[in-house]
Design a protein around this ligand. Structure first.
Ligand code: ZN
Length: 197
């Protein structure tokens, strides 16, 4: 069973490997991730946020579980062009309750595969563009708190310390393995041999 991992779980800093096969296992992960995302009232979720070190993420910009037609899956996404920049508020399901302004490209051009294996080449702006950049960053272990200016960084610090404290407490209580063991597990999953069959 998957769960959304909170900061500073090491999976959030893990560089994921490309997906090499779209199979039932992947489709199962996607379904489970949508359910977790809706339960947490989010619009996007990256695979490594649930401990899967693979390059894909899901979006439903309406956050509405009734609107299945708005569900999007992006596999091996790449941002190929960025245009201008704009600041706006962001949150993240791995940082419940934390919102801060983040500067992102105003408009992007991206490339990715969908769950049917079709290649997508599109432009994205507004919420779509922002969410796409946020989730693609996740897959490289980058988080929305990484690019804040000094002032914003200062203001999120107390909240980050709280997250750190409660994660370490949960770890000490045996709810999560040690950081070293988590990374070992992710490395083992990250071997292409582990998913090819
Ligand atoms: Zn996030």
């Amino acid at each position: 069973m998957l769960r959304i991992l909170p900061y500073p779980h090491p999976a959030l800093r893990y560089e994921s490997r490309p997906v090499i096969q779209i199979d039932d296992e992947l489709r199962g992960f996607v379904r489970e991730m949508f359910d977790l995302m809706y339960a947490a009232r989010g619009v996007g979720l990256a695979a490594n946020q649930v401990g899967l070190p693979y390059r894909f993420f899901i979006l439903n910009l309406t956050a509405d579980p009734e609107k299945k037609e708005e569900e999007q899956v992006f596999i091996n996404p790449e941002i190929v062009k960025r245009h201008a920049s704009v600041e706006n508020e962001e949150g993240c399901l791995s940082f419940p309750g934390l919102y801060t302004n983040v500067r992102r490209a105003k408009k992007i051009k991206f490339q990715a595969f969908d769950l049917q294996g079709n290649i997508l080449q599109k432009e994205a702006d507004d919420l779509f563009g922002r969410a796409f950049q946020h989730e693609t960053d996740h897959l490289s272990g980058r988080l929305f708190i990484d690019t804040l200016g000094p002032l914003a960084q200062h203001s999120v610090k107390p909240k980050l310390r709280e997250f750190e404290k409660s994660f370490r407490a949960a770890q000490a209580a045996g709810e999560y393995p040690s950081d070293e063991d988590i990374v070992r597990q992710l490395d083992a999953m990250n071997q292409p041999a582990a998913v090819s069959r």
